[in-house]
Design a protein around this ligand. Structure first.
Ligand code: CUA
Length: 430
Protein backbone atom coordinates (compact mmCIF):
# COMPACT_ATOMS: atom_id res chain seq x y z
CA UNK A 1 0.00 0.00 0.00
CA UNK A 2 1.51 3.31 -1.08
CA UNK A 3 1.54 6.08 1.43
CA UNK A 4 -0.75 8.44 -0.56
CA UNK A 5 -3.72 6.07 -0.15
CA UNK A 6 -3.56 5.99 3.56
CA UNK A 7 -5.09 9.34 4.46
CA UNK A 8 -7.96 8.85 2.01
CA UNK A 9 -8.70 5.35 3.28
CA UNK A 10 -8.39 6.49 6.82
CA UNK A 11 -10.76 9.41 6.25
CA UNK A 12 -13.33 7.28 4.52
CA UNK A 13 -13.39 4.54 7.13
CA UNK A 14 -13.52 7.07 9.90
CA UNK A 15 -16.38 8.98 8.33
CA UNK A 16 -18.47 5.85 7.90
CA UNK A 17 -17.78 4.78 11.44
CA UNK A 18 -18.55 8.16 12.85
CA UNK A 19 -21.85 8.47 10.93
CA UNK A 20 -23.10 5.21 12.39
CA UNK A 21 -21.73 6.17 15.75
CA UNK A 22 -23.43 9.55 15.66
CA UNK A 23 -26.88 8.19 15.00
CA UNK A 24 -26.59 5.61 17.80
CA UNK A 25 -24.77 7.82 20.23
CA UNK A 26 -27.13 10.74 19.73
CA UNK A 27 -30.04 8.63 20.93
CA UNK A 28 -28.05 7.42 23.90
CA UNK A 29 -26.59 10.80 24.70
CA UNK A 30 -29.96 12.57 24.54
CA UNK A 31 -31.23 10.12 27.11
CA UNK A 32 -28.17 10.12 29.32
CA UNK A 33 -27.71 13.86 29.03
CA UNK A 34 -31.15 14.41 30.51
CA UNK A 35 -30.36 11.91 33.23
CA UNK A 36 -26.96 13.44 33.89
CA UNK A 37 -28.56 16.87 34.13
CA UNK A 38 -31.07 15.49 36.62
CA UNK A 39 -28.35 13.96 38.81
CA UNK A 40 -26.26 17.10 38.59
CA UNK A 41 -29.26 19.18 39.66
CA UNK A 42 -29.96 16.87 42.62
CA UNK A 43 -26.30 16.94 43.67
CA UNK A 44 -26.17 20.70 43.26
CA UNK A 45 -29.30 21.33 45.32
CA UNK A 46 -28.03 18.84 47.93
CA UNK A 47 -24.71 20.66 48.22
CA UNK A 48 -26.50 23.98 48.44
CA UNK A 49 -28.91 22.77 51.11
CA UNK A 50 -26.20 21.22 53.31
CA UNK A 51 -24.43 24.55 53.19
CA UNK A 52 -27.49 26.30 54.62
CA UNK A 53 -27.68 24.76 58.12
CA UNK A 54 -29.32 27.38 60.28
CA UNK A 55 -28.26 25.87 63.57
CA UNK A 56 -24.53 25.38 63.05
CA UNK A 57 -22.75 26.15 66.32
CA UNK A 58 -19.47 24.85 64.94
CA UNK A 59 -19.46 26.95 61.80
CA UNK A 60 -15.95 28.06 61.05
CA UNK A 61 -17.38 30.65 58.65
CA UNK A 62 -18.99 32.54 61.52
CA UNK A 63 -15.94 33.81 63.40
CA UNK A 64 -16.74 35.17 66.87
CA UNK A 65 -13.27 36.27 67.95
CA UNK A 66 -10.15 37.95 66.62
CA UNK A 67 -8.21 34.74 66.04
CA UNK A 68 -10.98 33.09 64.07
CA UNK A 69 -11.44 36.38 62.20
CA UNK A 70 -7.77 36.34 61.15
CA UNK A 71 -8.25 32.86 59.74
CA UNK A 72 -11.46 33.89 57.99
CA UNK A 73 -9.80 36.98 56.52
CA UNK A 74 -7.10 34.73 55.08
CA UNK A 75 -9.27 31.81 54.03
CA UNK A 76 -11.83 33.79 52.03
CA UNK A 77 -9.50 35.54 49.56
CA UNK A 78 -7.46 32.33 49.18
CA UNK A 79 -10.69 30.46 48.51
CA UNK A 80 -11.74 33.02 45.90
CA UNK A 81 -8.33 32.90 44.18
CA UNK A 82 -8.39 29.10 44.22
CA UNK A 83 -11.96 29.19 42.94
CA UNK A 84 -11.06 31.43 40.00
CA UNK A 85 -8.02 29.28 39.17
CA UNK A 86 -10.17 26.15 39.43
CA UNK A 87 -12.85 27.54 37.12
CA UNK A 88 -10.25 28.65 34.55
CA UNK A 89 -8.40 25.30 34.59
CA UNK A 90 -11.57 23.23 34.41
CA UNK A 91 -12.97 25.52 31.71
CA UNK A 92 -9.84 25.24 29.56
CA UNK A 93 -9.78 21.45 30.00
CA UNK A 94 -13.45 21.22 29.02
CA UNK A 95 -12.91 23.50 26.00
CA UNK A 96 -9.86 21.53 24.82
CA UNK A 97 -11.65 18.21 25.31
CA UNK A 98 -14.60 19.43 23.30
CA UNK A 99 -12.81 21.46 20.63
CA UNK A 100 -10.18 18.82 19.84
CA UNK A 101 -12.23 15.69 20.33
CA UNK A 102 -11.69 12.89 17.84
CA UNK A 103 -13.78 13.50 14.73
CA UNK A 104 -11.64 11.37 12.51
CA UNK A 105 -9.21 14.18 11.72
CA UNK A 106 -5.57 13.25 11.13
CA UNK A 107 -3.32 13.06 14.16
CA UNK A 108 -1.83 16.53 14.65
CA UNK A 109 1.84 17.22 14.14
CA UNK A 110 3.73 16.00 17.21
CA UNK A 111 6.03 18.54 18.81
CA UNK A 112 8.06 18.61 21.96
CA UNK A 113 8.18 21.60 24.24
CA UNK A 114 6.80 25.15 24.07
CA UNK A 115 9.30 27.14 26.10
CA UNK A 116 7.28 30.34 26.27
CA UNK A 117 4.16 28.55 27.51
CA UNK A 118 6.11 26.37 29.94
CA UNK A 119 7.91 29.32 31.48
CA UNK A 120 4.66 31.26 31.75
CA UNK A 121 2.87 28.31 33.38
CA UNK A 122 5.72 27.94 35.87
CA UNK A 123 5.98 31.60 36.78
CA UNK A 124 2.25 32.26 37.05
CA UNK A 125 1.50 29.57 39.70
CA UNK A 126 4.66 30.57 41.56
CA UNK A 127 3.42 34.16 41.70
CA UNK A 128 -0.01 33.02 42.89
CA UNK A 129 1.58 30.82 45.60
CA UNK A 130 3.80 33.69 46.74
CA UNK A 131 0.73 35.92 46.82
CA UNK A 132 -1.00 33.39 49.06
CA UNK A 133 2.08 32.64 51.16
CA UNK A 134 2.70 36.24 52.30
CA UNK A 135 -0.62 36.71 54.16
CA UNK A 136 -0.53 33.05 55.28
CA UNK A 137 2.80 33.46 57.05
CA UNK A 138 1.56 36.74 58.52
CA UNK A 139 -1.55 35.02 59.89
CA UNK A 140 0.43 32.10 61.29
CA UNK A 141 2.69 34.53 63.12
CA UNK A 142 -0.26 36.54 64.43
CA UNK A 143 -1.90 33.35 65.70
CA UNK A 144 1.33 32.36 67.41
CA UNK A 145 1.78 35.53 69.43
CA UNK A 146 1.96 35.06 73.20
CA UNK A 147 3.21 38.47 74.34
CA UNK A 148 -0.28 39.95 74.48
CA UNK A 149 -1.64 37.20 76.75
CA UNK A 150 -3.97 38.45 79.49
CA UNK A 151 -5.08 35.14 80.99
CA UNK A 152 -3.72 31.58 80.99
CA UNK A 153 -5.68 28.34 81.12
CA UNK A 154 -4.02 24.93 81.15
CA UNK A 155 -5.93 22.44 79.05
CA UNK A 156 -5.41 18.69 79.24
CA UNK A 157 -6.98 16.27 76.82
CA UNK A 158 -7.80 12.82 78.01
CA UNK A 159 -9.78 9.90 76.65
CA UNK A 160 -12.47 11.38 76.34
CA UNK A 161 -12.88 14.73 77.99
CA UNK A 162 -11.05 18.00 78.50
CA UNK A 163 -9.76 19.36 81.78
CA UNK A 164 -9.41 23.13 82.27
CA UNK A 165 -7.14 24.29 85.02
CA UNK A 166 -6.69 27.94 85.89
CA UNK A 167 -3.31 28.42 87.57
CA UNK A 168 -2.75 31.11 90.18
CA UNK A 169 -1.96 34.26 88.20
CA UNK A 170 -2.29 38.03 88.09
CA UNK A 171 -4.26 37.85 84.87
CA UNK A 172 -7.84 37.00 83.83
CA UNK A 173 -9.44 39.60 86.11
CA UNK A 174 -8.54 42.49 88.40
CA UNK A 175 -6.78 40.96 91.40
CA UNK A 176 -6.00 37.83 89.42
CA UNK A 177 -6.79 34.25 90.33
CA UNK A 178 -5.62 33.50 93.85
CA UNK A 179 -6.20 29.75 94.03
CA UNK A 180 -6.14 27.15 91.30
CA UNK A 181 -9.47 26.24 89.73
CA UNK A 182 -9.95 22.87 88.05
CA UNK A 183 -12.98 22.20 85.91
CA UNK A 184 -13.85 20.21 82.81
CA UNK A 185 -16.06 20.16 79.75
CA UNK A 186 -16.69 23.89 79.70
CA UNK A 187 -13.95 26.47 79.73
CA UNK A 188 -15.09 29.80 81.12
CA UNK A 189 -13.29 32.93 79.96
CA UNK A 190 -13.91 36.68 80.16
CA UNK A 191 -15.23 38.28 76.98
CA UNK A 192 -12.82 40.18 74.76
CA UNK A 193 -9.71 38.95 76.57
CA UNK A 194 -6.62 37.34 75.05
CA UNK A 195 -6.60 33.94 76.71
CA UNK A 196 -3.70 31.61 76.13
CA UNK A 197 -4.37 27.91 76.29
CA UNK A 198 -1.37 25.86 77.29
CA UNK A 199 -2.46 22.48 76.11
CA UNK A 200 -1.23 18.95 76.54
CA UNK A 201 -2.59 15.42 76.78
CA UNK A 202 -2.47 12.68 79.37
CA UNK A 203 -2.70 9.76 76.95
CA UNK A 204 -2.93 10.03 73.16
CA UNK A 205 -2.94 12.96 70.74
CA UNK A 206 -6.14 15.01 70.88
CA UNK A 207 -6.94 18.21 69.05
CA UNK A 208 -8.58 21.24 70.60
CA UNK A 209 -10.97 23.00 68.26
CA UNK A 210 -13.54 25.71 68.88
CA UNK A 211 -14.29 26.59 65.24
CA UNK A 212 -15.82 30.00 65.93
CA UNK A 213 -12.86 31.12 68.07
CA UNK A 214 -9.73 29.66 66.48
CA UNK A 215 -8.33 26.84 64.40
CA UNK A 216 -7.30 23.42 65.66
CA UNK A 217 -4.28 22.65 67.79
CA UNK A 218 -3.03 19.17 68.53
CA UNK A 219 -2.61 18.35 72.20
CA UNK A 220 0.27 15.93 72.49
CA UNK A 221 1.43 13.92 75.53
CA UNK A 222 4.69 15.24 76.93
CA UNK A 223 4.48 18.54 75.06
CA UNK A 224 2.82 21.88 75.66
CA UNK A 225 1.20 23.58 72.69
CA UNK A 226 -0.18 27.11 72.84
CA UNK A 227 -3.49 28.18 71.40
CA UNK A 228 -5.01 31.65 71.58
CA UNK A 229 -8.66 32.12 72.52
CA UNK A 230 -10.64 35.32 72.41
CA UNK A 231 -14.39 35.85 72.10
CA UNK A 232 -15.78 39.24 71.09
CA UNK A 233 -19.03 38.79 73.00
CA UNK A 234 -20.47 36.72 75.84
CA UNK A 235 -21.87 33.44 74.59
CA UNK A 236 -21.24 29.74 74.38
CA UNK A 237 -18.98 28.39 71.66
CA UNK A 238 -19.10 24.70 70.91
CA UNK A 239 -16.20 22.56 69.83
CA UNK A 240 -14.99 19.02 69.66
CA UNK A 241 -11.86 16.99 69.65
CA UNK A 242 -10.58 17.03 66.09
CA UNK A 243 -8.05 14.21 66.18
CA UNK A 244 -9.13 10.59 66.20
CA UNK A 245 -8.25 9.47 69.70
CA UNK A 246 -9.92 6.12 70.26
CA UNK A 247 -13.30 4.61 70.96
CA UNK A 248 -15.17 7.73 72.08
CA UNK A 249 -13.40 10.36 70.00
CA UNK A 250 -16.80 11.46 68.76
CA UNK A 251 -17.97 11.89 72.37
CA UNK A 252 -15.12 14.23 73.24
CA UNK A 253 -16.69 17.64 73.09
CA UNK A 254 -16.11 20.91 74.87
CA UNK A 255 -17.44 24.42 75.04
CA UNK A 256 -16.02 27.82 75.72
CA UNK A 257 -18.36 30.05 77.69
CA UNK A 258 -17.42 33.71 77.47
CA UNK A 259 -18.83 35.90 80.26
CA UNK A 260 -18.75 39.60 80.98
CA UNK A 261 -15.86 40.72 83.21
CA UNK A 262 -18.15 40.97 86.25
CA UNK A 263 -19.71 37.63 85.36
CA UNK A 264 -16.29 36.00 85.13
CA UNK A 265 -15.29 37.43 88.50
CA UNK A 266 -18.52 36.04 89.97
CA UNK A 267 -17.78 32.65 88.41
CA UNK A 268 -14.27 32.61 89.90
CA UNK A 269 -15.56 33.63 93.31
CA UNK A 270 -18.12 30.83 93.21
CA UNK A 271 -15.55 28.26 92.13
CA UNK A 272 -13.31 29.20 95.06
CA UNK A 273 -16.06 29.22 97.66
CA UNK A 274 -15.67 26.78 100.52
CA UNK A 275 -17.44 23.48 100.25
CA UNK A 276 -20.84 23.33 101.90
CA UNK A 277 -21.83 19.80 102.93
CA UNK A 278 -25.49 18.87 102.38
CA UNK A 279 -27.83 19.31 105.31
CA UNK A 280 -27.85 16.34 107.62
CA UNK A 281 -30.68 13.89 107.24
CA UNK A 282 -31.36 14.82 103.61
CA UNK A 283 -31.17 12.52 100.60
CA UNK A 284 -28.27 14.65 99.41
CA UNK A 285 -26.38 13.87 102.63
CA UNK A 286 -26.84 10.16 101.96
CA UNK A 287 -25.62 10.94 98.47
CA UNK A 288 -22.47 12.49 99.89
CA UNK A 289 -21.72 9.30 101.81
CA UNK A 290 -22.43 7.29 98.69
CA UNK A 291 -20.15 9.57 96.69
CA UNK A 292 -17.32 9.08 99.16
CA UNK A 293 -17.84 5.31 99.05
CA UNK A 294 -18.25 4.90 95.30
CA UNK A 295 -16.91 7.89 93.40
CA UNK A 296 -14.19 9.66 95.37
CA UNK A 297 -11.52 7.16 94.47
CA UNK A 298 -11.40 8.85 91.02
CA UNK A 299 -13.45 12.07 91.26
CA UNK A 300 -12.28 14.99 93.35
CA UNK A 301 -14.71 17.36 95.05
CA UNK A 302 -12.66 20.09 96.68
CA UNK A 303 -13.36 20.52 100.38
CA UNK A 304 -15.05 17.15 100.83
CA UNK A 305 -14.15 15.63 104.19
CA UNK A 306 -14.74 12.31 105.87
CA UNK A 307 -16.34 11.86 109.30
CA UNK A 308 -13.10 12.61 111.09
CA UNK A 309 -12.54 15.85 109.23
CA UNK A 310 -9.84 14.55 106.93
CA UNK A 311 -10.01 15.73 103.33
CA UNK A 312 -11.14 13.19 100.79
CA UNK A 313 -8.50 13.40 98.13
CA UNK A 314 -9.03 11.41 95.00
CA UNK A 315 -5.99 9.53 93.80
CA UNK A 316 -6.94 8.73 90.26
CA UNK A 317 -3.39 8.44 89.06
CA UNK A 318 -2.70 5.77 91.64
CA UNK A 319 -5.95 3.91 91.61
CA UNK A 320 -7.25 4.03 88.11
CA UNK A 321 -4.49 2.60 86.06
CA UNK A 322 -3.18 4.93 84.65
CA UNK A 323 -5.76 7.68 84.19
CA UNK A 324 -7.76 10.33 85.92
CA UNK A 325 -11.33 11.55 86.11
CA UNK A 326 -12.96 14.99 86.01
CA UNK A 327 -12.91 17.12 89.13
CA UNK A 328 -16.58 17.47 90.06
CA UNK A 329 -16.33 20.52 92.33
CA UNK A 330 -19.23 22.78 91.37
CA UNK A 331 -20.37 20.31 88.72
CA UNK A 332 -23.73 22.05 88.34
CA UNK A 333 -22.14 25.33 87.28
CA UNK A 334 -21.38 23.54 84.00
CA UNK A 335 -24.27 22.54 81.84
CA UNK A 336 -22.87 19.46 80.12
CA UNK A 337 -21.18 16.29 81.39
CA UNK A 338 -19.20 13.23 80.28
CA UNK A 339 -17.00 14.96 77.74
CA UNK A 340 -19.68 17.62 77.20
CA UNK A 341 -21.64 14.92 75.41
CA UNK A 342 -24.88 15.19 77.39
CA UNK A 343 -26.71 18.19 78.71
CA UNK A 344 -27.35 18.75 82.39
CA UNK A 345 -30.14 21.14 81.39
CA UNK A 346 -33.54 20.16 80.04
CA UNK A 347 -33.99 21.15 76.38
CA UNK A 348 -36.01 24.32 77.11
CA UNK A 349 -33.58 25.52 79.78
CA UNK A 350 -30.63 24.64 77.62
CA UNK A 351 -32.03 26.70 74.75
CA UNK A 352 -32.49 29.64 77.10
CA UNK A 353 -28.77 29.60 77.84
CA UNK A 354 -27.39 28.47 74.51
CA UNK A 355 -29.54 30.73 72.37
CA UNK A 356 -29.36 33.71 74.72
CA UNK A 357 -28.44 37.09 73.27
CA UNK A 358 -25.01 38.24 74.42
CA UNK A 359 -26.42 40.85 76.83
CA UNK A 360 -28.29 38.25 78.90
CA UNK A 361 -26.05 35.22 78.34
CA UNK A 362 -23.78 35.75 81.35
CA UNK A 363 -26.65 35.97 83.79
CA UNK A 364 -28.32 32.85 82.40
CA UNK A 365 -25.10 30.85 82.32
CA UNK A 366 -24.28 31.71 85.92
CA UNK A 367 -27.62 30.35 87.07
CA UNK A 368 -26.13 26.90 86.51
CA UNK A 369 -28.35 23.86 86.78
CA UNK A 370 -31.41 24.52 88.93
CA UNK A 371 -33.71 21.81 90.23
CA UNK A 372 -36.39 22.71 87.68
CA UNK A 373 -33.96 22.62 84.81
CA UNK A 374 -32.00 19.53 85.84
CA UNK A 375 -32.08 16.91 83.07
CA UNK A 376 -31.57 13.98 85.38
CA UNK A 377 -32.37 11.16 82.96
CA UNK A 378 -29.04 11.13 81.15
CA UNK A 379 -27.07 11.57 84.35
CA UNK A 380 -28.91 8.76 86.10
CA UNK A 381 -28.36 6.49 83.09
CA UNK A 382 -24.72 7.45 83.27
CA UNK A 383 -24.52 6.52 86.94
CA UNK A 384 -26.38 3.28 86.30
CA UNK A 385 -24.09 2.06 83.54
CA UNK A 386 -21.64 4.55 82.08
CA UNK A 387 -19.87 2.21 79.64
CA UNK A 388 -23.25 1.35 78.10
CA UNK A 389 -23.84 5.05 77.41
CA UNK A 390 -20.45 5.98 76.05
CA UNK A 391 -18.01 3.49 74.52
CA UNK A 392 -15.03 3.19 76.86
CA UNK A 393 -12.37 0.74 77.87
CA UNK A 394 -13.85 0.66 81.34
CA UNK A 395 -13.93 -3.07 81.89
CA UNK A 396 -11.37 -3.93 84.58
CA UNK A 397 -11.06 -7.41 83.10
CA UNK A 398 -9.70 -5.88 79.93
CA UNK A 399 -6.94 -4.13 81.85
CA UNK A 400 -4.37 -6.84 81.34
CA UNK A 401 -5.12 -7.72 77.70
CA UNK A 402 -5.22 -4.05 76.66
CA UNK A 403 -1.97 -3.26 78.41
CA UNK A 404 -3.55 -0.85 80.84
CA UNK A 405 -5.78 1.05 78.44
CA UNK A 406 -8.30 1.39 81.20
CA UNK A 407 -10.24 4.53 80.42
CA UNK A 408 -13.56 5.86 81.42
CA UNK A 409 -16.10 5.39 84.11
CA UNK A 410 -16.74 1.74 85.00
CA UNK A 411 -20.03 0.02 85.70
CA UNK A 412 -20.42 0.41 89.44
CA UNK A 413 -23.51 -1.71 90.07
CA UNK A 414 -25.16 1.10 92.02
CA UNK A 415 -28.67 0.50 93.34
CA UNK A 416 -31.60 2.70 92.33
CA UNK A 417 -31.56 4.29 95.79
CA UNK A 418 -27.87 5.04 95.57
CA UNK A 419 -28.37 6.67 92.18
CA UNK A 420 -31.19 8.86 93.53
CA UNK A 421 -29.01 9.87 96.48
CA UNK A 422 -26.09 10.66 94.20
CA UNK A 423 -28.30 12.75 91.90
CA UNK A 424 -29.54 14.73 94.90
CA UNK A 425 -25.98 15.26 96.07
CA UNK A 426 -24.54 16.19 92.68
CA UNK A 427 -27.34 18.72 92.16
CA UNK A 428 -26.03 20.58 95.21
CA UNK A 429 -22.54 20.94 93.80
CA UNK A 430 -22.60 24.49 92.53
CU1 CUA B 1 -9.76 13.35 71.70
CU2 CUA B 1 -10.50 12.82 69.54
Amino acid sequence: MSPEFRPANHERTKRRDSETATSVSSVISNMSRARAAKYAAIAGVGALVTGCAENAPQDTFQPAGTNAQEIDDLARPVFYIAGVVGVIVLGVIAWVAFRYRDRGQPIPEQTHGKPALEIALTILPALILIGVAIPTVGTIMALDKTDDTECVVNVTGQQWWWEFDYPVQDGCMPGGITEPIVTSGQMVIPEDMNVLIRGTSRDVIHSFWIPRLNGKRDMVPGRVHNLRMQANEPGIYAGQCAEFCGLSHTNMRMEVAALTDEGFAAWVENQLEDYTPPEEGTVAAEGEASFIANCSRCHQVNGLEDDTGNPIVSRPDLQVYPGAAPNLTNLMTRNTFAGATWSLLRPGCRAEVWDAESDVFTERYLEGVTEDCFAEVDLSEWLRNAPAKKPMYADPEKLEPTDGLYRGMPYLALSGDQIDQLLAYLLELK
